[in-house]
Design a protein around this ligand. Structure first.
Ligand code: AMP
Length: 398
């Protein structure tokens, strides 16, 4: 079956068409600036030229119409007609406590997703718009929603509750949810496969280090803790997000800088993280790595603080699981920045970790980067959220 995977943001839409038999990506692309002047679609069939077309996209329905047109185009398309697309898998950011699994999308499901909008006001409405636009253009094609939060729904109460009055949990469902669940699930399973170990019998820590970053503890195939919380702001230091801070800083800064809560939240989401720590040098780890090698104090500070926080969370999750068998690095930084993996592992001598420096310099493959005598196995597993969404879609409608 061919599965169209859609990841819809408020003004952008990423797509991939995946053949579920071969698990190959047949074509992929991106619509940008939807509803804004200068909209464009980038489309690339597997093995073909990438083409960029500037064309008006007043709304998401038009964006999806253009995606379907590109996929069926007589010269560069990869299917003859839309009937060849057996199902659509949609990434949905927040499923609250309502969705612990992926679901086949129905009117009732859409209503329940809408009830979670409060918890992800920037993401869920955009995901819903994408789903509705697809249903309009492909009314007979089954669709599946795959939630970023679902994998973490197995966390025990002591891991997901905040130390706040319980009534806020009862009234507003304020608790820790976690995100990047599709990636944490894919990577932890894949690690077990690569090692020929039973997934149900492993203690794995997954470090998903991208522009957004989170860590999870996966014990016997179930997530028992993760670093993001009610929102993706909690936890690790990220590209531009602060991660954990003393909550009193918000009031202190608002007072000192004469800013509103909204303005402070923008600082915490968009101007902090390694960007803020490096005194605005960059949020991109390629620039920080360059800066580090040149002895730039801002780059060194940002990299060291980022890695220290990752190592601290790894330690916490070793405690949460009473041990660890495998530590996996994934996502843009985790897969590519050997320097970050080295710095993090330097803190983990107590786990008997020894890195194989040659393996740590390789890219783009599932690989063990610890030495054979390392007491804990360290791996790089490139994440593939689109493939994971396609697999879930086929599992439910195939
Ligand atoms: P993601 O959010 O997973 O797409 O990760 C994006 C981030 O990965 C970028 O902002 C960079 O910081 C980082 N990244 C991508 N390629 C490299 C690379 N070759 N070396 C170091 N960092 C990289």
């Amino acid at each position: 079956m061919k599965v169209l995977v859609i990841n819809c943001g408020s003004s952008s839409l990423k797509f991939q068409l995946i053949d579920s038999q071969t698990e190959q990506c047949l074509a992929k692309g991106l619509c940008e600036r939807i509803g804004i002047e200068g909209s464009m679609i980038t489309y690339a069939p597997e093995g073909g030229e990438k083409e960029k077309t500037v064309t008006p996209m007043p709304d998401h329905t038009e964006a999806i119409r253009l995606v379907l047109e590109a996929l069926t185009n007589a010269s560069t398309g990869v299917v003859k007609n839309l009937d060849e697309i057996g199902a659509v898998g949609h990434r949905v950011v927040h499923g609250g406590e309502k969705f612990a699994q992926s679901v086949v999308i129905t009117d009732e499901v859409l209503q329940t997703v809408e009830e979670c909008n409060d918890l992800a006001p920037l993401h869920n409405p955009a995901n819903l718009i994408g789903i509705n636009a697809c249903r309009k253009l492909m009314p007979d094609t089954p669709m599946v929603g795959v939630f970023d939060t679902a994998f973490h729904q197995t966390m025990p109460e002591e891991a997901y509750m905040y130390g706040l009055p319980y009534t806020y949990y009862e009234k507003y469902k304020i608790r820790r949810y976690g995100f990047h669940g599709t990636s944490h699930s894919y990577v932890s399973r894949r690690a077990a496969e690569v090692l020929h170990r039973d997934y149900e019998d492993l203690k794995t820590i997954v470090c998903h280090l991208g522009n957004g970053a989170s860590i999870s503890a996966v014990k016997n195939g179930r997530c028992v803790d993760t670093s993001m919380g009610l929102t993706p702001l909690e936890g690790l230091i990220m590209g531009t997000r602060s991660g954990d801070i003393d909550p009193a800083i918000i009031e202190f800064l608002a007072h000192k800088e004469g800013k509103t809560i909204d303005e402070i939240m923008t600082v915490l989401n968009k101007k902090s993280g390694v960007l803020g720590l490096s005194d605005n040098l960059s949020s991109d780890f390629r620039d920080l790595e360059d800066g580090y090698h040149k002895g730039d104090a801002n780059a060194i500070r940002a990299l060291k603080t980022f890695c220290y926080r990752v190592a601290k969370y790894v330690g916490a999750y070793v405690a949460a699981m009473n041990g660890v068998d495998v530590i996996c690095f994934t996502a843009g930084v985790g897969e590519n920045a050997g320097i970050v993996r080295s710095f993090v592992c330097e803190y983990l001598g107590y786990l008997g970790i020894a890195l194989d420096q040659e393996a740590n310099s390789r890219r783009g493959e599932d690989i063990v980067i610890s030495t054979p005598d390392s007491r804990t196995t360290v791996m790089v597993i490139p994440t593939n959220e689109e493939l994971a969404i396609a697999r879930e879609t086929v599992r439910l409608v195939g």
